[in-house]
Design a protein around this ligand. Structure first.
Ligand code: SF4
Length: 231
């Protein structure tokens, strides 16, 4: 027989409402200390794809490991010219372990196709590999803990261009607190040697504000042109 708590969770699940509660199998684990995080980041700097994937899958560097269903490592071509970076997994991504699925993912696919790109020709990743409960914004400590994974992915892919999708991705990647509106329309750069970075709207926002699709198309054209910018 279900406990009342189990019933509550089952009802909420049936209604599609997400619940913030620790998973039973790893509820005893707690986020690691700052020196653990630092040590882990040093190790991540040199690891290859299989090891990176495995380390992310079992990561407990921040508290989000308590509430995730699965980590969302990233998908696509690991030597892609284009790298698409979003914010964090949502509910569907958390269930499936893949970034940008559902309606927003379909729109991203359409945007890529308009440029002659398929999903399997780009590499898609997020700032965070685990879902923040209720789709809240990532906390700074979570983004900092997770950043080494993304940095290593960028180093391994060596993209010719990064498309930062949405406010959080843009702000975290560019270490800026400016709005998407201010960050759009120019070519930024990341790292050394510099990789061009172009900022655009998140497809979930474009679903709510379809009138902005024309602006997003301008961003994609800017990104395509930026591929010719010497790094
Ligand atoms: Fe680890 Fe990143 Fe998940 Fe935090 S969000 S537990 S740092 S993989």
């Amino acid at each position: 027989m279900m406990t009342s708590e189990a019933q509550r969770l089952a009802y909420l699940d049936a209604l599609g409402i997400d619940v913030f509660s620790p998973r039973a199998d790893d509820g005893a684990a707690s986020p690691e200390t700052a020196s653990d995080v630092l040590q882990r980041h040093r190790e991540i700097e040199t690891i290859d794809w299989p090891e990176l994937e495995s380390v992310v899958a079992s990561c407990t560097l921040c508290g989000l490991h308590c509430t995730r269903t699965r980590t969302v490592f990233g998908v696509g071509y690991r030597a892609a010219d284009w790298m698409i970076i979003g914010e964090a997994p949502g509910a569907e991504e958390d269930r499936r372990g893949e970034p940008f699925v559902g309606r927003a993912g379909k729109l991203l696919d359409e945007m890529l196709r308009a440029l002659g790109l398929d999903r399997d020709k780009v590499f898609i990743a997020n700032i965070l590999k685990c879902r923040p409960p209720g789709n809240r914004d990532p906390a700074a400590v979570e983004a900092d803990a997770c950043r080494a994974y993304l940095d290593r992915q960028i180093e391994l892919v060596q993209p010719r261009l990064i498309l930062a999708v949405g406010r959080i991705a843009a702000q975290k990647l560019l270490n800026s607190d400016q709005t998407v509106g201010r960050l759009r329309g120019k070519v930024h750069s990341l790292g050394q040697p510099a990789i061009p970075v172009v900022v655009t709207y998140h497809p979930a926002y474009l679903l709510r504000s379809p009138q902005q699709k024309r602006e997003a198309w301008k961003d994609l054209c800017l990104a395509r042109d930026a591929m010719g910018v010497p790094s």
